[in-house]
Design a protein around this ligand. Structure first.
Ligand SMILES: [Zn+2]
Length: 335
């Protein structure tokens, strides 16, 4: 019994000794990487600020996280995601994703169910063999062990976002190629797929290609989040309004934020405890369109004139890009 426990404990360790090839290459010191934690991953629920929905997060222990971060920065980042992959890449955001569909008349949007956990070693292995040709099969095995939890990408590891983008590369390429030929536009923001086209017929055709591609990857779409929108609908992409002069947060969001600011001005004492939430909404808005005049008025009404861009940039809106990757095209992979 004690032996079985010890064996299990050893298996769960993310220590330096479990990754001989990687630890040598990554230059992580033995002291900082050796791990005696009870669990490799800590699982908890996190409520999204925007939607209020709870997501299950599996956060790696600090030692494992250090190794994953080094792996991301030194090896994984040398391979770039597709141009149509809009999430987790520096310089791309929900706003630049929405901008590619600005003023489209017909939009198809869909959402891949539990995106990171649906990516398994079976997706990662061929991707590594194809994109990281310098890696030996032993190194690939070590990497896959380092970045997966029970054979799946954990929601909460710094390596998961970029790896998910790389696994989706061929799918992105196929969808983009197909859309190009039909004068349509394809983008993917993490699990959110958006396609805009000139007519409904083209869009239906492309939607079937997308569905087929996802089936081939053993991924499922969320039917509740799948929409075909035509000229008469108010259209949003990654939660942003794409029908107006500029890309903006939705009217509902803007009205709610403006109402909260008015309340904060009128009842500063009562609203004090909601202040950080209101500032979070303003910061989100700022991230979408920093030059918005309606926003400038609200920021000044809140007495936030002294807020520098830096403070706003460090806000909640930016935190979702934790896994952002500075990939360097054509860089030297240290193998
Ligand atoms: Zn640890």
């Amino acid at each position: 019994m004690a032996d079985a426990f010890e064996a299990m404990r050893k298996r769960m360790r993310a220590g330096f000794d479990d990754f001989p090839i990687l630890s040598a290459v990554l230059g992580v010191s033995k002291e900082s990487a050796s791990c005696d934690c009870q669990k490799r991953y800590n699982t908890f629920e996190l409520k999204s600020r925007g939607t209020g929905k709870a997501r299950a997060i599996s956060a790696p222990c600090q030692h494992l996280k250090l190794m994953q971060r080094a792996l991301l920065d030194r090896i994984l980042c040398h391979v770039a995601p597709h141009d149509a992959a809009m999430a987790f890449v520096r310089g791309r955001s929900i706003a630049s994703n929405a901008r590619r569909h600005h003023r489209a008349t017909h939009i198809f949007t869909t959402d891949i169910c539990s995106f990171f956990p649906s990516i398994t070693a079976a997706h990662l292995s061929p991707m590594f063999e194809k994109r990281f040709r310098h890696l030996s099969s032993d190194a690939i095995k070590e990497i896959i062990d380092l970045v997966t939890d029970e054979g799946r990408l954990p929601q909460g590891a710094p390596t998961s976002p970029h790896l998910a983008n790389l696994v989706m590369f061929d799918f992105d390429e196929r969808c983009s190629w197909f859309c190009d030929r039909l004068g349509a536009v394809y983008t993917r923001y993490a699990d959110d797929i958006s396609i805009s086209a000139k007519d409904a017929e083209t869009l239906r055709h492309i939607a079937s290609v997308v569905a087929e591609g996802l089936r081939a990857l053993a991924m499922q779409v969320n039917p509740e989040k799948t929409r075909h929108l035509g000229p008469l609908h108010r259209k949003t992409v990654t939660g942003l309004d794409i029908g107006g002069e500029r890309i903006r947060p939705t009217r509902t969001f803007r009205k709610k934020t403006a109402a909260l600011v008015r309340m904060s001005v009128r009842y500063p004492d009562k609203m004090q405890r909601h202040r950080s939430r209101v500032c979070g909404y303003l910061a989100f808005w700022h991230g979408v369109d920093p030059a918005d005049r309606e926003l400038a008025k609200l920021v000044s009404a809140m007495g936030l004139d002294d807020w520098t861009e830096r403070i706003l940039a460090a806000s909640a809106f930016e935190r979702q890009f934790d896994g952002t990757c500075d990939y360097t095209l054509g860089g030297q992979i240290p193998f």
